[in-house]
Design a binder for this molecule. Sequence first.
Ligand SMILES: [Zn+2]
Length: 309
Amino acid sequence: MQTPFGEIPVIDVHAHFFSHRFFATLAAELPEAPSEADIYPALQKRLPWEFPEADPVRLGKRWVAEMDRHGISRMVLIASVPGDEESVAAAAQAYPERIITYFMVNPTAEGAAGRVKRAFADLGVKGVTLFPAMHRFHVWDPRLHPIYETVAAHGGIVFVHCGHLKIGIRDTLGLPSRFEMRFANPVDLHGVAKAFPNLPFVIPHFGCGYFRELLLIADQCANIYTDTSSSNDWVRFMPYPLDLSALFVKTLQVLGPERILFGTDSSFFPRGWRKDVFDAQIGVLQTLQVPSPHVAQMLGGNMTRLLGR
Ligand SMILES: [Zn+2]
């Protein structure tokens, strides 16, 4: 992509794949669960979104067109309900040069380790996505070790959503969210990151409220990364002034440009790829006069390196 820092191949490491199965899973939680044929009419009452066809390859094609429109090279698309890895894997199989696959797993569910094994060995996924506050587990729980071993053996990535957690679509649909923040502290990762030193752990959104904890733990564990995705409006909960510029300054200081991954947290259509998030970050990097090679690392170089392990 042509950027103010020159021509840079951009990889967005954080976007959600809202497949048909994703919506069907949410619809099944509605007080009056609609029949298969009524899923979208039921959701449409509350969500003015575009809903995907049943074939996930069509949604993959939509994202590839969106990447082409904005000049993006590749995107991580995350299967965002447990059990949906096949949808995003099918899209990635159709567009292997463009789509990188992560998938959500609930590690407390029966058969989770086997599911992860299969996803890496047979479906070609590159990352596993953990939501400790959502599924109520600590990332140091020994039950997760077989999962970490599998991801490490395949040169994959562990994405751990720490901090403040709000799933907008659940709120909009009036679905209850039994999240518990006591599981969401990045400090929980300390022993695990030490035990699996070659396994990259990505904490999104600069720690999403646990910025201090992200910095403390990343200083001690070289395999901890962060992504820059979303509007990062969690800064409004901080008891001191914090903005995107301050986040970048301190993260560049402690993690360095080689452990910061660019992301947007794009998710649904018709909004599509969040160019506003990209532009805001580029604006900050320009103001801070971050050298072009460092920007290139964050915008895609680091992810290319992680995927090439
Ligand atoms: Zn996200």
